[in-house]
Design a protein around this ligand. Structure first.
Ligand code: ARG
Length: 367
């Protein structure tokens, strides 16, 4: 066969092929340095781990299946990962942890840049082997598409040297976390390159990468050397006390327009490339909820974790009425998708998907 299966250069061109995660057998992993730093201090998740309750898994799968069917009904090819046994421990010569995480959300693991899908290093021990859930799909793309580049970033060692010990105390307090975020003092050290794919946003020739808990500066430098034809920009959002994954913070909708979380505004000195090129950065609407659902790592800002289907069409979670209203005002057609009961599995509509094919090529939006 001789056709292009993998091609996606940005977050908004017409989507033709996507991976949607599965909730099967998802676990709340045991304590480990990077993960603990991220669990909100008032969260119901502190101190408990094991397989997630089966009824929540079934409900999340029902929602993910329906979302997949909605996309398929619009002519989008949808593939699903093949879950490995997440109850298995992870042991390497450098560390041991009692269980894995799941095959949710795919956006965290797979970074598609043009004809390439890159497996991220990851930064949690429990997610070290998560790429295995996607290998059957990647092998298939390899067979189908002679130009597909399947790449994997160097697996990190994830010894204790990767984590700042001052982040590991039980009670740090939000005030101190915000101060540390401002100083760019995050839980991960600069021991070795670390990044999660969900810290990267693709804008054609430019990649915008969040420096935070799950991606360090060496990880960003690794991406810079790996994609020599791209400009790679490090950004950070000092208003976020738990900075992981950029997609509930900064959401491009189409060329020239980005939603920004009003509690985590991009600092002025990092706005230059957008301002010079006439891009608008607007505050996202308020979330419809004042607390995340039970056993959820993420904040209420999954409201802005939308999946853009094309520059005029966007999937918004059904209960997020204010976000939907804002999209409407911005001239986007809204596709409602029910997903809130799956948020606990690692995120919203953008998180639970990974791009395989969007129309269009590599444009320079910031000449
Ligand atoms: N850090 C975000 C928040 O809680 C959640 C991001 C989830 N994204 C993802 N790709 N898993 O606001």
């Amino acid at each position: 066969m001789n056709k292009t299966v993998v091609n996606s250069w940005n977050e908004w061109d017409p989507l033709r092929h996507v991976i949607v995660g599965r909730a099967d057998n998802c676990h709340i992993p045991p304590e480990e340095p990077a993960l603990d730093a991220k669990v909100p201090e008032d969260s119901d998740m502190r101190g408990q781990w094991g397989k997630r309750p089966q009824e929540t898994i079934d409900r999340a799968n029902e929602l993910l299946d329906t979302f997949a069917a909605q996309l398929q009904a619009r002519g989008i090819r949808v593939d699903r990962p093949v879950p490995i046994d997440h109850s298995q421990p992870v042991t390497t010569p450098d560390f041991h942890t009692g269980s894995q995480f799941g095959c949710m959300p795919p956006r965290d693991v797979l970074l598609t840049v043009g004809p390439e899908i890159l497996e991220a290093t990851m930064s949690y021990r429990c997610r070290w082997f998560e790429y295995l859930n996607y290998r059957p799909l990647l092998q298939r793309y390899w067979e189908e598409d002679p130009n597909f580049r399947h790449e994997a970033a160097p697996k990190p060692r994830l010894t204790d040297a990767d984590y700042h010990p001052d982040y590991l105390s039980e009670k740090i307090g939000v005030e101190k976390r915000l101060k540390w975020a401002e100083e760019k003092h995050f839980v991960t050290t600069e021991e070795e390159p670390l990044f999660d794919a969900a810290d990267v946003l693709r804008f054609g020739r430019d990649l915008v990468v969040q420096h935070g808990f799950t991606t360090n500066l060496k990880g960003i430098e690794w991406l810079r050397r790996h994609f020599p034809d791209h400009r790679v920009h490090a950004v950070n959002f000092p208003g976020d006390p738990y900075p992981i994954h950029i997609d509930a913070t900064f959401t491009p909708l189409r060329p020239g327009l980005i939603l920004n979380n009003p509690q985590r505004r991009l600092p002025k000195d990092q706005r230059g490339m957008f301002e010079k090129n006439g891009w608008e950065i607007v505050d996202a609407a308020q979330p419809a909820h004042n607390a995340p659902p039970p056993l959820c790592y993420s904040s209420v800002w999954l409201s802005m974790n939308v999946l853009v289907l094309d520059p005029k069409t966007v999937c918004v979670e059904k209960s997020e009425v204010y976000q939907a209203e804002q999209m409407d005002k911005l001239g986007m057609e809204v596709v409602e998708v029910e997903l809130r009961d799956a948020y606990a599995f690692g995120g919203g509509l953008h998180c639970c998907t990974a791009d395989v094919y969007r129309e269009g090529g590599c444009e320079d939006y910031f000449p």
